[in-house]
Design a protein around this ligand. Structure first.
Ligand SMILES: [Cu+2]
Length: 75
């Protein structure tokens, strides 16, 4: 979804997050791409909501490098 500020609301499906340490690692990996990204991790659902100007594919690749299989969800 496009926002007025040009950033996107993304929801990523992320495999392998089990604890707060994972949430922190995922957040850090995303912020390395976009320091201003708003990141909220839902461990139970295995989902991460991101408001960012970065591309979903780049985020998925960064999370993959951090050890978490990730893909953008639609809808
Ligand atoms: Cu963990």
């Amino acid at each position: 979804m496009d926002r007025a500020d040009g950033r996107m609301d993304l929801t990523m499906k992320v495999e392998g997050m089990t604890c707060g340490g994972c949430a922190a690692a995922v957040t850090k990996a995303i912020r390395r791409l976009d320091p201003e990204a708003e990141v909220s991790v839902d461990l139970e659902r295995g989902q991460v909501a991101v408001v960012t100007g970065a591309q979903a594919l780049d985020i998925a690749q960064a999370l993959g490098r951090a050890g978490y299989d990730a893909e953008a969800m639609t809808g």
